[in-house]
Design a binder for this molecule. Structure first.
Ligand SMILES: *Cc1c(COP(=O)(O)O)cnc(C)c1O
Length: 390
């Protein structure tokens, strides 16, 4: 039974209305992924051969020349940056993060210096590379030491900046390879079609694989990325189960009933909009995904509900089951409900939690006590006590 492990390990039962979050264990695995990952655990494999099979599967799914699997998209970023600096030179690969005599600058637009749980700048610097920020003027200051340019497609991006196509065009003209971070993007074929040298996806997000990263791109650069397993890639290596899981996830994605899933999610969103419209103190509206993924969410603005948005989210998370909402903009007084990781029937639990906590706060008058700064401070203080209190 799916609930057994939750009680055995004394974990909180979670209703995930926040979408795909690494901190909540990403996604439920897609059909076929668990079986294939378990099956391979009982076999020895030649990892180079298994990764070559993954390369073929990734090439087919993305239209790129080749691919390989890493331990996560974050490690994929480091490995891709390393590859751009070393090429297939094993001596250089072992020498990282010493980048003396190598082209070691990585161009990135300032608005793309995001934090996906850790700062992306650090994924670059780990390899010994230097971050070269690109402001408004994309044409500016070419030093000849540029090893690659990094493009981030994400809702975390502050300023969209240039579209990927334009970014690639400018970099190509300077013979600088482009690495595209597409970790959460459903668009598997776009980057290769536009000429990106490497595109990086999370295997465990929308694809529903085990925790891993999928890299797709030009064969030479992918090979150089794969060879980092003899260097810094070793510290971020993926096991046979992660590789098999990624192959299975791509296969499952190909067969997925995308229209059917989309229709089911839209139904949940419509139900949420109509039920929450009846809750006093809230404003609700439909909000399409920022980067164009086929996901609509419900934006819940907590106006005069007798408690702040972050207090409401906290109290929902403290319930049993714990209801988690998408809270990355919550300091502005709103959060999102995301349908894409809900099990059938769970949509009501989210609405009930919202209504019950608002009703309780109004009855007890115990809301609007904790400012956002206090709320944030308390969260950090709790984390600093880990593992106590968890
Ligand atoms: C999630 C995410 C990452 C990190 O992905 P992992 O596979 O969890 O390491 C990197 N970049 C973006 C844009 C993301 O959304």
């Amino acid at each position: 039974m799916s609930s057994d492990i939750v009680s055995r390990l004394k974990l909180q039962r979670i209703v995930n209305a926040s979408g795909t979050m690494t901190s909540l264990g990403a996604a439920r695995v897609a059909p076929g992924v668990a079986a294939m990952s378990v099956e391979i655990l009982d076999h020895f494999v030649d990892i180079d051969q298994l990764q070559a099979r993954a390369s073929a599967a990734i090439a087919q799914a993305t239209g790129a020349e080749a691919g390989c699997v890493t331990s996560s998209a974050a490690s994929g970023l480091s490995v891709a940056v390393a590859a751009a600096m070393t090429g297939p030179d094993l001596e250089r690969i072992e020498r990282l993060p010493d980048t003396s005599s190598l082209k070691n600058e990585i161009i990135i637009q300032t608005g793309h210096l995001i934090n996906y749980g850790a700062p992306i700048e650090q994924a670059i610097r780990l390899t010994g590379a230097k971050v070269k920020k690109l402001g408004q003027d994309a044409q500016s200051s070419v030093t000849g030491r540029e090893a690659a340019a990094l493009y981030i497609e994400s809702h975390h991006v502050v300023e969209q900046g240039l579209p990927l196509s334009e970014f690639i065009r400018i970099c190509k003209a300077r013979q600088v390879p482009v690495i595209a971070d597409m970790a959460s993007e459903y668009d598997l074929k776009g980057p290769a079609a536009l000429g990106a040298d490497i595109a990086i996806y999370s295997a465990h997000k929308f694809l529903g694989g085990l925790t891993a990263g999928i890299m797709a791109g030009k064969k030479d650069l992918i090979r150089a990325a794969y060879l980092q397993n003899s260097g810094i890639g070793r510290h971020m290596k993926v096991g046979k189960e992660g590789i098999a899981g990624a192959i299975a996830a791509l296969e499952s994605w190909r067969r997925r009933d995308h229209q059917g899933v989309w229709a089911r999610e839209l139904q949940i969103v419509s139900k949420w909009l109509s039920s929450l419209a009846r809750v006093k103190g809230l404003r609700v509206e439909r909000e399409p995904d920022w980067t164009g993924n086929p996901i609509d969410r419900v934006k819940v603005t907590v106006d005069e509900a007798g408690l702040f948005a972050w207090e409401l989210a906290d109290r929902m998370a403290a319930r049993d089951p714990s209801v988690r909402v998408r809270d990355d903009m919550i300091e502005h007084g709103y959060f999102f409900l995301d349908p894409c990781n809900l099990a059938p029937g769970e949509e009501h639990i989210a609405v009930e939690a919202i209504a019950a906590e608002i009703e309780a706060a109004q009855r007890k008058g115990d809301g609007c006590r904790e400012s956002f700064a206090q709320h944030r401070g308390r969260k950090i203080a709790r984390l600093l006590q880990w593992p106590e209190g968890y």
